[in-house]
Ligand binder design. Structure first.
Ligand code: CU
Ligand code: ZN
Length: 196
């Protein structure tokens, strides 16, 4: 074999090698896409009907309780909260970004959960944080019980609250002060888990 022929055959092998690895890449990408598609379909099959939060006191607090979120037939979410050992009066009540209550002050739960609107406000105003649920109102025994229905929250899609945090605050949420409503310290924290 002369030198030129050798070089040509070397170049051809190199080209063959490159085109093979390229088609393998394409194949892998396709397999990856298929995999993504499958897991997407799978996650849509999980239909959460209700979610439960157990609220634990943060450091120095004795506030505890529970929140049950239930999906109604029309798709709206019913919120049922019972919270104990509060000071009488109003207490900010929000869904926060992270289902993480590991820090003693509850700040590991992050800020208010939001998607389209980064604006703090009331439960009734839809152009606000998804997690803005207003206030709990504790009686003279420090007990707050409330039930309301909202179409702000969801168990699926981008506004899903599953796995996020719930925080009860020391003070009242004025539904105006940015970005938190000025509700002060966090007295209880819980994680939104699937119940049914
Ligand atoms: Cu909050
Ligand atoms: Zn907010």
């Amino acid at each position: 074999m002369n030198k030129l022929k050798f070089l040509i055959s070397l170049a051809t092998s190199a080209l063959l090698f490159i085109s093979c690895t390229e088609s393998e890449h394409k194949h892998n990408d396709l397999a990856h896409e298929n995999k993504k598609e499958t897991s997407h379909i799978h996650s849509d099959e999980v239909k959460v009907e209700s979610a439960l939060v157990v609220l634990y006191p943060t450091e120095g607090s004795e506030t505890n309780g529970q929140v049950i979120f239930t999906k109604m037939d029309d798709g709206r979410i019913k919120v049922n909260a019972e919270v104990y050992n509060l000071t009488p009066g109003k207490h900010g009540f929000h869904v926060h970004e992270f289902g993480d209550c590991s820090s003693p002050d509850g700040k590991s739960a992050g800020g208010h959960f939001f998607t389209d609107h980064d604006n703090h406000g009331s439960l009734e105003d839809h152009k606000t944080h998804v997690g803005d649920l207003g206030n709990l109102d504790a009686n003279s025994d420090g007990i707050a019980k409330t039930t309301f229905i909202t179409d702000k929250l969801s168990f699926s899609g981008k506004n899903s609250i599953i796995g996020r945090g719930v925080i009860v605050h020391e003070g009242e949420d004025d539904t105006k002060t940015q970005p938190t409503g000025g509700a002060g310290a966090r007295v209880a924290c819980g994680v939104i888990g699937i119940s049914k």
